[in-house]
Design a protein around this ligand. Structure first.
Ligand code: SF4
Ligand code: SF4
Length: 214
């Protein structure tokens, strides 16, 4: 049986130099911190920008004539590891056209209760419809509000854009929409509004239509 130390002995109660040093170090750090400049961000009264490549909420972008870049292919939904995206494709017709080509997204939802902002959906998108903005104010007091609909995710209409449905304006077939020239994103001036069609405010980065980052 191991010897039990005698807690009443003189040797036991003598201060241990190594633990005294530990105390001094610990309190030294406390004192040092007390005299440092306090750095407090007054959020939400002051809004602090993120790094440019911050992965915030998504944006569904438009072509320069206002047609939607999303073709309802569901590749983003398949790529999503959190099963956060729901897409239902629909057929464009000559009378009712939302995107160039055959299909468009009739229903598009992102569930921000599930999204982990990994950006894999953006990588998977073949038309560069889906990008991520720097918008980080994603909080709500109920679950329903955090399932964003297509109307909330669509980029606002810029000057020169026309709200779909409408015919293809950039050419007679969809190929015209995928040339470098047709996708010049910043030549259209300021957006008409800093809110999207659902009235959700967007930060400057979120309205940089075509400003892709993965
Ligand atoms: S960022 Fe990641 S988790 Fe969020 S919707 Fe895209 S793929 Fe899914
Ligand atoms: S956002 Fe891109 S990947 Fe997703 S359905 Fe639309 S076109 Fe396809």
């Amino acid at each position: 049986m191991a010897d039990t130390p005698d807690v009443h002995s003189e040797a036991y109660n003598e201060p241990n130099p190594s633990s005294l040093l530990g105390f001094a170090k610990g309190f030294g750090l406390t004192f040092e911190t007390m005299f440092r400049k306090v750095y407090t961000q007054q959020y939400p009264f002051d809004f602090y920008p993120t790094q440019p490549r911050y992965h915030g909420r998504h944006v569904l972008n438009r072509h320069p004539d206002g047609l939607e870049k999303c073709i309802g292919c569901e590749l983003c939904a398949w790529a999503c590891p959190a099963d956060a995206i729901y897409v239902e494709g629909g057929d464009n017709t000559d009378e009712e056209r939302y995107s160039p080509g055959e299909r468009y997204a009739q229903v598009y939802q992102i569930n921000y209760l599930r999204c982990i902002f990994c950006g894999l959906c953006v990588e998977a998108c073949p038309t560069r419809s889906l990008t991520m903005s720097n918008e980080y104010e994603l909080a709500g007091d109920n679950r329903q509000d955090l399932i964003y609909t297509k109307e909330q995710l669509m980029a606002p209409l810029l000057p020169g854009m026309e709200a779909p449905p409408h015919p293809m304006r950039l050419g007679s077939d969809e190929q015209a929409y995928y040339t470098v020239r047709s996708q010049e994103p910043f030549s259209q001036g300021e957006p008409q509004s800093t809110a999207n069609v659902a009235g959700k405010p967007l930060t400057t980065r979120a309205i940089e239509v075509g400003g892709h980052h993965g």
